[in-house]
Design a protein around this ligand. Structure first.
Ligand code: AGP
Length: 610
């Protein structure tokens, strides 16, 4: 997820671009750049690092321009560096992009054969060269862009300028956000409204397949595919700039909970082929032959990422029948682990900088094991030092409590498990296609689960004053009980425990009385009957039961005073769906308790010390 901005008007564009990028920094902050018209040429300034570094690098130049583009990057292809920073250029075409070009590799190879020289590792640069090659063939700016986009697969929000047409910005959109600000004689494009909200509250929301052509005179919008003009209404924004940075949500955590459908869609995009019934192993920087040789997997992480690892064990062992061992990283590094030959250590880390996880990664490599890092930050230590990497494309996670990173980690583990199972001959093409089909429906099912927000808020209003909370789960959802408890603990400061439901009678049931709320995860799976009887045990001792169940399950009705019903999915993806109401519950309880949701006391987003 990156942030793009463009400006054309009467003011000096440079400070507008820089300040706009600062309002978009939550979308990505590993490198930044601007492009601007000056004496009918296009100047470009870029740097690795944050926007303040870019600002410092141009300070002495006193740049002035009436139009330009800006970009703040969250790397997906190519490490954070000046060469990979946007804007990218080919000939007189300069552009900034937010999204993922799925077929960039093939396009880049074709263009290189035609003599195009690339200067970056990014997918974005391919778009410049395509537009440039069509404009070389005599097409005007708009049509060269249209032709180029016919070849592009994936998600994009692109701002484009052309040295041959200095008074114009083109903006095109498909599956990545792009909005247009309508000022008085000045116009803006951006990934998100905060970038220009201080200048205008009049906004046009571009839709998929639309192109905006913007000059000083105004904005004309047409269909990319057939040039047909499109009439758009202007929306008046009522948010404050601060609220707008959170997309109108009160906290980053709530925004990130609601970003999960997009984050999961971005994480699966280009990572498997339904037709070939196979995972795109390039995205794991692995080969099928590597997987085939594996006879043991270690999953190592901390906190919420450790919960992902626990779910990953169920996925890998049940799909691929390869034994898995799960470790908390701070334990793994000191227990002198026995790592047999033919093992793979998978470290899972949102930040890629967690000290204990990095130490475990180094220990594993010292012991001769290969390491796969499932990570959300390109250029992070874990991703750079690992032997192979799978990047979750959830975008920056600002809230300390991990949500979208967690569900995209589980998505990555699901894909890895399928690839491993295929290499071991444990899954055939038909079963693999069924697993992929369910994955394609996942973003919509997460969207559906998010509609429980008000029902969850109602439950939170009843329980937010409690001192203790118990979460019960079984099988692949036992780690989700742990995750629900951790979320509640870390942002509302209520003492909460996650427990395997079968363990209740071995001690924790002594805790049950009518002051103890118990949340039971009861999906339609092979242990449903067992969890129902655990719920009976709780109910008969006066415990207050909240059931999270698969929609249509009537058996929980008689056992729980609150029911949250979720869409049905397959066994392996249930943990993702069932974590949604638990994240919402923790959020609402924390807000009701007036806690600092995004920056809870004593915590840091990335624990870079032991
Ligand atoms: C999760 O909500 C917590 N903020 C914390 O447990 C986190 O998951 C843990 O510190 C691991 O961080 P990482 O994924 O960046 O390695």
């Amino acid at each position: 997820m990156c942030g793009i901005i463009g400006y054309i008007g009467k003011q000096n564009a440079i400070p507008i671009l820089i300040n706009g990028l600062k309002r978009l920094e939550y979308r990505g902050y590993d490198s930044a750049g601007i492009a601007f018209f000056q004496d009918n040429r296009i100047g470009v300034r870029r740097c690795a690092g944050k926007i303040k570094d870019l600002e410092a690098s141009i300070k002495g130049e006193k740049l002035k321009s009436i139009a330009g583009l800006g970009h703040t990057r969250w790397a997906t292809h190519g490490k954070p560096s000046e060469e990979n920073a946007h804007p990218h250029r080919a000939g007189g075409i300069v552009l900034v992009h937010n999204g993922i070009i799925e077929n960039y590799f093939e396009l880049k190879e074709e263009l290189k054969k035609k003599g195009h020289v690339f200067t970056s590792e990014t997918d974005t640069e391919v778009i410049c060269h395509l537009i440039h090659s069509y404009s070389q063939n005599g097409l005007n700016f708009e049509d060269a862009t249209r032709e180029a986009l016919k070849h592009v697969e994936g998600a994009y929000a692109v701002g484009i300028i052309n040295e041959k047409e200095p008074q114009k910005i083109l903006a095109v959109k498909k599956d990545s956000p792009l909005v247009i600000g309508i000022g008085k004689g000045e116009f803006f494009i951006a990934s998100d409204i905060p970038a220009f909200l201080k200048y205008t509250k009049d906004v046009i929301i571009l839709d998929n397949g639309e192109m905006a052509s913007i000059t000083h005179k105004g904005v004309s919008i047409s269909k990319i595919s057939n040039r047909k003009p499109v009439t758009k209404e202007i929306t008046k924004i009522t948010w404050s700039p601060a609220m707008a940075e959170k997309g109108g949500y009160r906290h980053f955590m709530l925004k990130e909970i609601h970003e999960q459908p997009r984050a999961i869609a971005d994480t699966i995009r280009g990572r498997f082929s339904l037709e070939k019934a196979e995972v795109n192993l390039e995205e794991f920087s692995m080969k099928e032959s590597d997987l085939k040789k594996l006879n043991k997997i270690f999953l190592v992480a901390c906190g919420t990422s450790w919960h992902s690892a626990l779910v990953g064990k169920y996925m890998i062992e049940e799909m691929a029948r390869v034994p898995c061992e799960v470790d908390i990283a701070s334990e793994f590094r000191y227990r002198k682990p026995l790592i047999p030959r033919g093992s793979l250590v998978i470290v899972i880390t949102q930040s890629g900088e967690t000290a204990d996880t990095l130490a475990a990664q180094r220990e594993s490599q010292k012991l001769g094991a290969k390491v796969l890092s499932i990570c959300n930050v390109v250029g992070s230590t874990s991703s750079r030092d690992a032997d192979s990497v799978f990047f979750t494309h959830s975008g920056p996670e600002i809230g300390v409590a991990s949500t979208k990173a967690f569900t995209t980690q589980l998505t990555g583990l699901y894909l890895f498990s399928i690839a491993l199972a295929k290499s071991k001959g444990k899954l055939g093409a038909h079963e693999i296609r069924e697993l992929f089909n369910e994955l394609l429906y996942l973003p919509e099912k997460v969207e559906q689960s998010l509609r429980l927000n008000n029902a969850v808020l109602k439950i939170a209003k009843q329980f937010y004053r409690v001192r203790d909370f118990l979460y019960l789960g079984r099988g692949i959802n036992y780690p989700i009980a742990l995750e629900g408890a951790l979320k509640l603990k870390e942002i509302s400061y209520i003492h909460a425990e996650g427990y395997p439901a079968g363990e209740m009678k071995h001690g924790p049931i002594a805790l049950i009385d009518n002051n103890m709320p118990v949340l039971a995860l009861a999906p339609d799976d092979n242990v449903l009957e067992k969890i129902l009887s655990n719920m009976e045990e709780v109910k008969s001792r006066g415990g207050k039961l909240i059931a999270v169940a698969t929609e249509g399950n009537t058996k929980v009705l008689s056992r729980a005073s609150h029911i949250l019903s979720l869409p049905k999915t397959n066994y392996y993806l249930t943990p993702i769906i069932f974590s949604i109401p638990l994240h919402l519950l923790a959020y609402h309880m924390a807000v009701l308790r007036k806690c600092d949701v995004d920056q809870p006391r004593n915590l840091a987003k990335s624990v870079t010390v032991e």
